[in-house]
Design a binder for this molecule. Sequence first.
Ligand code: SAM
Length: 184
Amino acid sequence: MSRNIGILRLSHRHFRDQRITTHVALIARAFGCTTFTYTGEMDKEMEKSINDIIDRWGGTFEVQHLTSYRSYIKNFKGKIIHFSMYGEDHRKTIADVKKISEDEDLLLIVGGAKVPPEIYELSHFNTAIGFQPHSEIGAIAIFLSDFLGTDILYQSFSGSKISLENNTKANRSIIRQQEIKDDA
Ligand code: SAM
């Protein structure tokens, strides 16, 4: 992938959203996204759990807390795609994004408790993964799967300490035992 795809997660709440925000980051990383920014409450525990995964499983993925989304979005060089059930059919968004240069970076924005109306204005696309309310993890996963395909999910990342290529049940358990030994 020549372009970088980043995620902006809005309005993170330490206790309520920790697992959801972590899982948004992990699914984005699994699809090869390279940056994960979030607003709301700074959460060093959540950042650590994502960074621990990067340390073991490799890849380039930067996690950063932002005090304000506004300047980050305004200075972003690339196309901004905000996820909302009030947006357009994501299949149209994907068709339109495929028409722009493959070198142009993308920023995918998912909301939290409340999405400020200006996010709709600041974004180039407001995209709906169906017109029903569901989840930020589901929205990111379906969009990236439809946009990028799923081959990347079966690749290892550079710097990975663990590889699950061509594994069977048997050697998966050997790798798991190795992990446990490394942790000891
Ligand atoms: N109101 C909820 C709360 O208090 O936690 C959060 C709303 S929703 C679960 C969070 C985000 O998921 C939305 O801002 C949007 O980015 C994404 N989302 C949910 N359903 C979606 C859909 N059908 N299409 C696109 N994005 C969706």
